[in-house]
Design a binder for this molecule. Structure first.
Ligand code: ADP
Ligand code: ADP
Ligand code: ZN
Length: 214
């Protein structure tokens, strides 16, 4: 089964993708994580996208489509994948549709996380991630059980993303509404669109997702 998680920055795509990955054996494919890895490794692609990402704007469709197509071909995607943060434009949605039909694959569900924009500001500005295992936390909404220690791996180093500040989040929300939100209607027309309440608490959202995925 292949699914798409759709929603603005902070709606919970990454948090839920990691949980569903564990529970259902689907692989999380986060284009944001792939791009951040390119930046950390200082590749040519990383250098090319860094400024655009730090400004809260979208990277070109061309770059993203190549990145994801290569990743879907890897063997661990054969049991199914969760697209987290892709597609983000109508051009990407069209390219995905062609790419999947070429590969003999299809999307089972497109799940929209319904949230209030204003609440996404505090979600994003309070977000931190364990450096060792990538588990996501929040200063207020998702604290580790023991302060400063990752629940999953015991790591004690955490990072914040350079684009997780209020100014950039506002730019990302504008980009979301202008360029990404139109794909909701695109998938609704194809009758694969479902919605979950992304304002519920983290466990409740996971339960709702499991129900939708079936
Ligand atoms: P996205 O991948 O959609 O940008 P994340 O999953 O990284 O969003 O979540 C953004 C921040 O909000 C994280 O710090 C996360 O711990 C927190 N968070 C995620 N889901 C919820 C929720 N349902 N309620 C409260 N906080 C949440
Ligand atoms: P979030 O889940 O918090 O919105 P992501 O990690 O998905 O953040 O994306 C971070 C940044 O990476 C985006 O603001 C954008 O610059 C770039 N990016 C990620 N995925 C895409 C995509 N599918 N198309 C264009 N740019 C992307
Ligand atoms: Zn950890």
């Amino acid at each position: 089964m292949n699914v798409i998680f759709l929603g603005p920055p902070g709606c919970g795509k990454g948090t839920q993708a990691k949980r569903i990955e564990q529970m259902r054996g689907l692989v999380q494919l986060s284009t944001g994580d792939m791009l951040r890895l390119e930046i950390t490794e200082e590749t040519e692609l990383g250098n090319q996208v860094k400024e655009v990402m730090n400004a809260g704007q979208l990277v070109s469709d061309d770059i993203i489509v190549k990145l994801i197509s290569k990743r879907i071909d890897e063997p661990n995607c054969q049991n199914g994948f969760i697209l987290d943060g892709f597609p983000r434009t109508l051009g990407q949605a069209d390219a995905l549709s062609i790419m999947l039909s070429d590969k003999g694959l299809e999307i089972s569900h497109v799940i929209e996380f319904a949230v209030d924009d204003e609440a996404m500001i505090s979600r994003i500005t309070g977000r931190l991630t364990c450096d060792s295992c990538g588990t996501g936390y929040h200063d207020e909404y998702r604290k580790p059980q023991k302060e400063g220690v990752c629940d999953v791996c015991g790591g004690t180093e955490f990072s914040r993303r350079p684009d997780d500040n209020e100014e950039t989040v506002r730019a990302r929300l504008v980009a979301y509404h202008e360029q990404t939100a139109p794909i909701i209607a695109y998938y609704d027309d194809k009758s694969v669109l479902r919605s979950v309440n992304g304002m519920a608490d983290i466990d409740q959202v996971t339960a709702e997702l499991n129900e939708v995925i079936g």
